[in-house]
Ligand binder design. Sequence first.
Ligand SMILES: NC(=O)c1ccc[n+]([C@@H]2O[C@H](COP(=O)([O-])OP(=O)(O)OC[C@H]3O[C@@H](n4cnc5c(N)ncnc54)[C@H](O)[C@@H]3O)[C@@H](O)[C@H]2O)c1
Length: 292
Amino acid sequence: MSDEGMQMTASYADRLAVVMGAGSGIGAALAERLAAEGATVVATDIDAARIGDVVERMVADGGRAFARTVDVADAASVDALAEELFAEHDHVDLLINNAGLQTAGPVWEADPARWEQMMRVNIDGVFHGIRFFVPRMLATGRPATVVNLSSVGGAAIVPFQSSYVASKHAVLALTECLHQELQLVGAPIQVSVVLPSYVRTRIFVDAQRVAPTGNDLAAAYFDRMEQIGQEQGKSPAEAAAAILAGVAGGDFWVFTDDAAGQRVLTLRAEQLAGLRRPPDARPRLREMGLDV
Ligand SMILES: NC(=O)c1ccc[n+]([C@@H]2O[C@H](COP(=O)([O-])OP(=O)(O)OC[C@H]3O[C@@H](n4cnc5c(N)ncnc54)[C@H](O)[C@@H]3O)[C@@H](O)[C@H]2O)c1
């Protein structure tokens, strides 16, 4: 989706791209597509086995790709990656802060340790990418791009995903601040925020496997979300194609489904401008077949 008549579509050929959380889902598909378009890709994930498999596949397909095990929640881990890459290559053209976690359950039942982990990965992870890559990008004076993964849940208000929704609203806000601040210093750095709709990944299943909610309604809601995602969601490859097209076109707002993304933003804008209470979630939950 275009905005403010931005620059012409950029090419990823011969760019150096870093993708965080590239061991699965959207991140893996972004890394694979970037490599297919001729970028050199540094694919990172906290899960060494996952990222090893993804990079092995990319290299077998003829791509230039490297695996690094990075925990985005750990400042030292992200700093070490940035240090290594700028020492070796003098620049990084594209940073995609994609790593993220989901969790089900009402906010008052949230496990404090999981809550903290959600904030550390989903918000601090993005902050660490910005903190360690942007100053080095600025020092090169070269054009670069920073892409942060929020979600349609970064603008919508939905129940039983409070830590996720709060963290993704934060990612959206901090990405807008980053855009504004880089503009103020005249930096040649493009900033984009991605608000994906359903994409068929393991994120819901992993959330319930690692940090299951004990709340029956929240668990049923999450199961339905997972099911709807599998039935109606885009494939990671389709999502990656949409995201990279938007980013290459210079867009700030990037969606995997333009209509759904714009609908969510419009509803949010109307709710805020009308000083309305958060929407009643019951009709939507009933539509999903839940007994509320
Ligand atoms: N799948 C969707 O429907 C959807 C919708 C909206 C937004 N998103 C967002 O897109 C991004 C990717 O989600 P996905 O669905 O592909 O998830 P996924 O679970 O398939 O992949 C996420 C990857 O991040 C990695 N990761 C987790 N913690 C990490 C850490 N501390 N450091 C580094 N890597 C870490 C995981 O190991 C995994 O490989 C997330 O930010 C998510 O919130 C997804």
